[in-house]
Design a protein around this ligand. Structure first.
Ligand SMILES: *Cc1c(COP(=O)(O)O)cnc(C)c1O
Length: 385
């Protein structure tokens, strides 16, 4: 009787559904599952942030609607974090917009700029909201394959004239989920030139800027000349401070683009719980030690899992950032089947690459969000397969 809208019908199928179901069932059967599937930090939110939330939650002034899109004090904390971290100066009133998690802003942004039939240039494999947000805004994702031979960067030269004409937005995400690839400045410069020439907005998703190893340190695209004309960058406290459940992120960059997103949001949500915003300030103002500690933790897990898998004959590259391994499978095997078999035979959950898009087929993703003891156990199970 009730027919789904064309937009909802056009959304890509949720390929993780089957995996989720199988995982739940395995747990219900009492099997000891090692979950390398989810990109959600296993460590708790640092205590000083929780205490800031508690103090703020006691104050009735924080119980009401959070007026404005983001408290001025939070915007200023973001401003000074940007200055310290990237040496980029932003205007807190016009160039920073707090979000209810960055996914929310990423998914809503296309509503501000796409008309029916317009394109977004979307990397594939990718974080699903780039496609979902585009389709829900009536646009079409134009896929840019991320291939190993191109270091998992989109090849801008291969985007045809017609697609450049129709495109309003290009999404990029480095350090990348799911491939864990990183970029150098030269790519950002090429991208900015491409975007200015073709009048395309750059959405740079920098969710993993604080998870890095081996002397590599991610940059913000806003550090580059000309970026401020065409860029909105999305950030989040989720991965940096183990705050995925809290829902705090922000957009920063070109003020007209930020204002357009704010207008969309003012019609949809009523801001972030003020106490959470104040806790977010505590997070951003914290000493650097938490970041160092977190990177060391993931690095130890990375080294253990990469060397363990390689000693089993897998061929796994060691990522310079993010908490993911992006692992090529033997040619003959589909990633859904591989992941399903691994769950059945070893009680290990991994994410099939095809769930991130068709160019993710042939890969699986493992997340470093379990402790070393469990990684050792996972390696033992793989060894005995
Ligand atoms: C985890 C993640 C985010 C962060 O999402 P939040 O909504 O801020 O929790 C954004 N982009 C990518 C690619 C991610 O993996």
């Amino acid at each position: 009787m009730f027919k789904l809208s064309k937009k909802l019908q056009a959304l890509p199928p949720y390929l993780f559904l089957e995996m989720d179901k199988a995982k739940r069932q395995a747990r219900a059967e009492g099997r000891d599952i090692i979950d390398l599937g989810i990109g959600d930090p296993d460590q708790p939110t640092p205590k000083y942030i929780i205490e800031a939330l508690y103090r703020a939650a006691l104050d009735p002034a924080n119980h009401r609607y959070a007026l404005d899109q983001g408290m001025p004090v939070l915007r200023r904390a973001i401003e000074s974090w940007y200055k310290r971290r990237f040496n980029v100066s932003l205007n807190p009133d016009s160039e920073i917009l707090p979000l209810i998690g960055s996914k929310e802003g990423i998914a809503h942004f296309p509503l501000a700029f796409l008309n029916p039939g317009d394109y977004s240039l979307v990397p594939d494999p990718c974080y699903p909201p780039y496609k979902g947000g585009t389709i829900l805004a009536g646009g079409k994702p134009y896929l840019m394959p991320l291939l190993k031979e191109n270091a998992f960067l989109p090849d801008l030269k291969k985007i045809p004239f017609n697609a450049r004409k129709k495109a309003k937005i290009i999404f990029i995400n480095y350090p990348n989920n799911p491939t864990s690839a990183v970029v150098q400045q030269s790519f950002y410069q090429e991208l900015i030139d491409f975007a200015r020439k073709n009048k395309i907005i750059i959405i740079s998703d920098l969710a993993y800027s604080e998870i890095y190893f081996d002397g590599y340190k991610p940059q913000s695209i806003l550090e580059l000349d000309g970026a401020r004309e065409v860029v909105v960058e999305f950030h989040s406290l989720s991965k940096t401070f183990n705050m995925t459940g809290w829902r705090v992120g922000w957009a920063s960059g070109n003020k007209k683009l930020i204002a357009a997103l704010a207008k969309v949001k003012s019609n949809i949500d009523s801001g972030i719980f003020s106490a959470v915003q104040l806790a977010g300030i505590a997070a951003l103002s914290a000493p650097q030690e938490h970041i160092e500690h977190m990177c060391t933790l993931y690095q130890e897990r990375r080294d253990l899992l990469v060397s363990g898998l390689n000693s089993l004959g897998w061929q796994v590259d060691s990522p310079k950032a993010t908490f993911y391994l992006w692992i090529k499978l033997p040619k003959t095997c589909g990633s859904l089947k591989f992941a399903g078999d691994l769950l059945e035979q070893a009680n290990i959950v991994v994410t099939p690459g095809v769930g991130f898009g068709k160019y993710g087929e042939g890969y699986i993703r493992m997340a470093l969000t379990v402790n070393r003891e469990r990684i050792r156990e996972a390696l033992d199970r793989l060894k005995s397969l």
